[in-house]
Write a protein that binds this ligand. Sequence first.
Ligand SMILES: O=P(O)(O)OC[C@H]1O[C@H](OP(=O)(O)OP(=O)(O)O)[C@H](O)[C@@H]1O
Ligand SMILES: Nc1ncnc2[nH]cnc12
Length: 181
Amino acid sequence: MIFDEFTIKSLIRPVPGFPREGVTFRDITPLYQSPRAVRMVTDSMIQRYVESPVTHIGAIDARGFLLGSVLAYELNKPLILFRKAGKLPADCISASYNTEYGEARIEIHRDALSAGAQVLLVDDLIATGGTFIAAAQLVDQLGGEIYEAAAIIDLPDLGGSRLMQESGIATFTLCAFAENE
Ligand SMILES: O=P(O)(O)OC[C@H]1O[C@H](OP(=O)(O)OP(=O)(O)O)[C@H](O)[C@@H]1O
Ligand SMILES: Nc1ncnc2[nH]cnc12
């Protein structure tokens, strides 16, 4: 299926003032209510990574799980869950970070990856980049490498994708919204 950026963007709902004043939340629930749009997004990502050396899909809690689990299935790769602190039961490593509207901590199980892994990180959106950068630190601590960090949406005005690229993390996104869009 041919990727149609206009259709995808039209299914991402801007919600001004959520979760706090000054933030325009980019809501992906309308997109997920359209099987055709989900297929477009999924197919584009599969096409990009099907011949890549990626060994693991690293999906970020919670919205990153939606796309991450489908990519792991379709690409036939192990799925690594990056979860908000306190959710994973076994021995973990963790990293703190700030996002556009708060602070958080994510964790992965210490045995989730081994040295040499080529990880594709997956989330719905890049804002400040804090979440992906924290996830990349965890991968690095376990001796893995980030092949790329992929998301549906970039919010370039928040500087996250630029910061990630400056930090040596390659990024890939399917669409972008300016602050006033
Ligand atoms: O680039 P950043 O500034 O780090 O922001 C992006 C992150 O923020 C959102 O997650 P959120 O923490 O709201 O959690 P959720 O997926 O559980 O809703 C989004 O799904 C990304 O994970
Ligand atoms: N503006 C935004 N919309 C949706 N998720 C986000 N995560 C961080 N900033 C966000």
